[in-house]
Design a protein around this ligand. Structure first.
Ligand code: GLN
Length: 515
């Protein structure tokens, strides 16, 4: 089999046995990236040199009889929100255009020690703010299933990369759905772990109480293999959980007999595309046939998820993004220009005062931020600053925290009755590029089914459950109580043993000539 069509589990096994070399697998990934990235724009940076060097080192260590890590030789793409030592890390923002971090994120360190081969950094919505990848400062990603459509976001580069077979696995980050939604729209599997399961050290912060790193792959079994590597306590992240890491990939066998899955009737009303509704209900039927029982449950506060998220996330973002001021971090405007214009002022007025020095500094901050950030990031900073300001804090931010608590309580109540909650991941299949860019609110509504898991800190996985009449992938989402990833992965894996939706591939050759 062509290494580009093998799963991460297959590659790791074949490299360990010596059936294939890490070099061959890496070459296969790099040549596919080379061929497809011009049309898809999934990668912001391709690290061919670094990838080949790690592959050669893995092969020579194997030749010397040394033991290899569990992901030996498996090509992986990393969302550009994660720091990679000496390798560009831009967050798809002009603000970080020239940033080369001096250290690796915790998850990147883990991948390197497990002998995965990092092939590059993937495109995304700027600072992970968006649901279509159109907010990247370096151009949108195109959905491999139809190049005129969005791949979803914000981890759209990672999703498109896996869907197009440019690497079998990728890392994404999920603050309000950014792993699960693009996975759903690109026909792959994406896991958002429980908050705190995976360290956030070296993940460039968007909304710190919601952000979580997770795997994206073609199958749940591959996600399990990656999660095993990246999960675990990190003293460098104060919110990282001190919980043992189960051997996820070895816990997939048990049947689903007796597993209780909740179905929320309210998910199936307003705005849910009938094709998605049908595919989701067929997925419930597959789970029933596999021995699970399906129960009606209610999540009375879920409808407030989007407004709550769009207060909490921008508030945290406005604080997190304050560091990009052209001094501490990020793009600095051309200060010579400011100084020259102030010098001209001074000669005119014939005096120097300290107010003028202050205004030079403020102008430098203002211009650096105005030039460095794109319009969606600015919108979030303004929303968050407004909601946190004196006089509005109680009415907006505190109120949102109270509703967040109620949403969390909905989950706790539901998980007394069921083990998992099933449903749609997105209301529609992939939408055309440009369709929602003029209307931020319609873009925010895309997050309807995903934000509540982040607000509650629980786990969620999405995986393909059908194809639309026009041949676009449709996704199913399962959510679990905190730290129930073994069950989440086992249920998704069982579904993939019974169905073959996850094996469907976009017909790339035909579509490559499109815009
Ligand atoms: N679409 C959501 C947003 O724009 C979620 C983003 C994310 O999970 N990073 O905020």
């Amino acid at each position: 089999m062509h290494p580009g069509d093998m799963s991460a589990c297959e590659i790791a096994g074949a490299v360990a046995r010596g059936d294939i070399s890490a070099f061959e697998c890496t070459q296969a990934a790099l040549s596919r990236i080379d061929r497809l990235n011009g049309s898809i724009n999934a990668f912001l940076h391709i690290d061919a040199e670094g990838a080949i060097a790690s592959a050669r080192s893995i092969d020579s260590r194997r030749a010397r009889g040394e033991s290899l890590g569990p992901l030996a030789g498996v090509p992986i793409a990393i969302k550009d929100v994660l720091c990679t030592r000496n390798v560009p890390t831009t967050c798809a923002s002009k603000m970080l255009k020239d940033f080369r971090p001096p250290y690796d994120a915790f998850v990147v360190e883990r991948l390197r020690t497990s002998d995965a081969v990092i092939v590059g950094k993937t495109n995304m919505d700027e600072f992970a703010m968006g649901g279509s990848n159109e907010n990247s400062a370096f151009g949108p990603v195109r959905n491999p299933w139809d190049l005129s459509r969005a791949p979803g976001g914000s981890s759209g580069g990672s999703a498109a990369c896996v869907a197009a077979g440019m690497s079998p696995i990728a890392l994404g980050s999920d603050t309000g759905g950014s792993i699960r939604q693009p996975a759903g729209l690109c026909g792959i599997t994406g896991l958002k772990p429980t908050y705190g399961r995976v360290s956030r050290r070296g993940l460039i912060a968007f909304a710190s109480s919601l952000d979580q790193v997770g795997p994206m792959a073609r199958s749940a079994a591959d996600c399990a293999l990656v999660l095993e590597t990246i999960a675990g306590h990190d003293p460098g992240d104060s919110t990282s959980l001190k919980a043992d890491v189960p051997p996820y990939s070895r816990l997939l066998e048990e049947s689903l007999a007796g597993v209780r899955i909740g179905r929320v009737a309210a998910h199936f009303t307003e705005g849910l595309n009938p094709e998605v509704a049908r595919a989701v209900d067929e997925a419930f039927a597959v789970f029933r046939a596999a021995g699970a029982t399906i129960h009606d449950i209610e999540m009375p506060h879920a409808r407030w998820g989007v407004p709550t998220y769009y207060l909490v996330a921008p508030c945290e973002a406005s604080s997190n993004l304050a560091r990009y001021d052209g001094v501490h971090f990020g793009h600095r405007t051309d200060t010579a220009q400011i100084l020259a214009s102030h010098a001209a002022d001074r000669t005119q007025k014939n005096n120097i005062d300290s107010d003028q020095a202050d205004s030079t500094l403020v102008e430098m901050y203002r211009k650096s931020r105005a030039e460095g950030f794109g319009s969606e990031v600015k919108r979030r900073i303004m929303l968050g600053t407004y909601a946190l300001s004196a006089g509005y804090y109680d009415a907006y931010y505190l109120k949102a925290l109270k509703v967040r608590r109620l949403i969390r309580q909905d989950y706790l109540n539901a998980f007394e009755k069921v083990d998992l909650i099933g449903g749609p991941v997105s209301a529609t299949a992939a939408f055309p590029l440009g369709e929602k860019t003029g209307d931020p609110l319609s873009m925010y509504l895309v997050d309807l089914y995903t934000v509540t898991a982040n607000l509650a800190g629980v786990g969620g996985i999405s995986f393909p459950c059908g194809l639309s009449a026009s041949g676009l992938p449709l996704g199913f989402q399962l959510q679990s109580p905190a730290l129930a990833e073994p069950l989440l992965l086992r249920a998704a894996d069982r579904f993939q043993r019974i169905t073959d939706w996850h094996q469907r591939r976009p017909h790339l050759e035909g579509t490559l000539q499109q815009p």
